[in-house]
Design a protein. Structure first.
Length: 417
């Protein structure tokens, strides 16, 4: 297995165009099965999860070609309505195929998804919503069987929590349903807006994406379209944090700064100079980073749970005490034991972690246990004195395109071995 060897203490500086959003490309690829025609999707990140999602499309009988950052899908030949565990087990977000397949074909059999270590990730909200739209759901030991013999019907659905995946699944199911669907208390993440923009370009009638209530008027058919994926706000925050923790300065482009405002505010709070304009963001690190006081993860526009492990590492090299409260997932703190091994002072109990910053971290051999926790370890290694080895990089590379190459171009000493 490959690992990263990182010699810390190098100042990161330069410019970087951020990859397309991982959390947009996966649902948008799933949404192509709703269309009859060719979809051209640009700014697609080169990630293992993207490749796996293309495998799923091909298994379903769709044509999918991936050329130079663009994916061309023709779902006209969709023929197969079973998604086996060999595929869904590798990628949790495969559950977003449920709504679109049911809407397009009225029947689907899908093995339970996997691919995540963030604790239990139930899908009750997805299933409850689909039931309210008329679907029959049979939960078997390994599979879910869903059918809707008379077609999905519009419904008024109140989500008890603004789940990103459930909002996406129900929005996709509703675009071909009969009548109007109203989704109340839905997720407002920028990736939901990106998905709605894609679907609307294909002829869907979705209103209010990005707000708490989304209304969808069902249409009979969707055609193909051309779409550019938005920039990845978590990847952008990762590179900004890397420059910040190494006393550097960086300009990241290809993102809408408004989409990462809570993380930009935290970077400012830590003493960084942060300036943004449309599509780009500049950061200059201070001589000494300050503590973040309190960071509470929340649904968007609150501080994202995916950003927590990045800022945990940043807090470890800042002066003063920072308190983190994780409100979305269990097991978000996977990187703490490794950070402690690098000299960080962190206490955690349940959803709260207290970081006494200003420790000078030292290199160590550590292992990523999930995507963002792994990215947090790389950040810590970049800021630490001496050499670190980071194992488990297959987790990290699920979410970061050309991670090693990008960091090297910014001046990091990192090698994949
Ligand atoms: C998506 C993102 C992930 C991000 C998360 C929260 C993708 C591919 N992944 O994941 O990177 O960390 O949003 O911003 O876009 N829940 C239920 N029942 C459900 C669904 C969810 O109880 O039916 C709970 C979950 O256990 C979790 C919370 O709701 O505690 C948030 O989950 P959700 O917003 O659905 O996250 P994902 O869509 O899985």
């Amino acid at each position: 297995m490959d690992r990263y060897e990182i010699t810390g203490g190098r100042r990161l500086a330069g410019e970087l165009r951020v990859q397309g959003a991982k959390n947009s490309i996966l649902p948008i690829l799933a949404a192509t099965v709703l269309t009859k025609g060719q979809c051209a999707i640009h700014n697609c990140p080169d990630l293992s999860d993207t490749a796996l999602t293309i495998d799923i499309l091909r298994t379903l009988g769709c044509r999918a070609d991936w050329r130079q950052g663009s994916i061309f899908v023709d779902a006209g030949g969709l023929s197969h309505l079973e998604l086996p565990g060999e595929l869904t087990g590798k990628i949790r977000s495969s559950i977003v195929f449920l709504g679109p397949l049911l809407a397009r074909c009225g029947w689907v059999k899908i093995a339970y998804p996997g691919g995540c270590r963030l604790g239990p990730r139930p899908i009750d909200l997805h299933l409850d919503g689909l039931r309210q739209m008329g679907a029959f759901v049979k939960e078997e030991e390994q599979h879910l069987l869903c059918r809707v013999p008379e077609g999905l019907k519009g419904a008024r659905i109140i989500l008890s929590f603004p789940s990103v995946g459930a909002t996406e699944n129900l929005m996709m199911a509703a675009v071909l349903a009969k009548g109007r669907t109203t989704l109340i208390n839905c997720a407002c993440e920028p990736e939901i807006v990106d998905l709605a923009n894609f679907l609307n370009r294909c002829g869907a009638k979705i209103y209010g994406a990005g707000e708490n209530t989304i209304e969808i008027d069902g249409v009979c058919v969707l055609h193909g379209c051309e779409h550019i994926i938005i920039g990845d706000r978590i990847a952008a925050a990762t590179y900004l944090a890397a420059a910040s923790m190494t006393g550097g300065e960086i300009t990241v482009s290809g993102i809408e700064p408004e989409n990462l405002m809570s993380m930009l505010a935290a970077l400012q709070k830590a003493g960084n100079e942060v300036v943004w304009e449309k599509n780009r963001c500049f950061l200059k690190a201070p001589d000494h980073l300050r503590a973040l006081a309190q960071v509470r993860t929340m649904p968007y526009p609150g501080f994202p749970t995916d950003g927590l492990p990045l800022f945990l590492s940043l807090a470890a090299v800042s002066r003063g005490t920072s308190v983190f409260v994780e409100n979305i997932f269990e097991n978000r703190y996977s990187s703490i034991p490794c950070l402690q091994r690098m000299g960080a002072s962190i206490r955690q109990e349940g959803k709260v972690a207290v970081v006494e910053g200003c420790a000078l971290l030292h290199g160590a051999d550590v292992c990523a246990e999930d995507l963002r926790g792994g990215a947090g370890l790389v950040l810590a290694a970049l800021a630490a004195q001496g050499v670190s080895h980071v194992e488990g990089i297959e987790w990290i590379e699920r979410g970061y395109e050309y991670f090693c190459e990008n960091l090297t171009a910014l001046g990091a000493e990192i090698r994949k071995k």
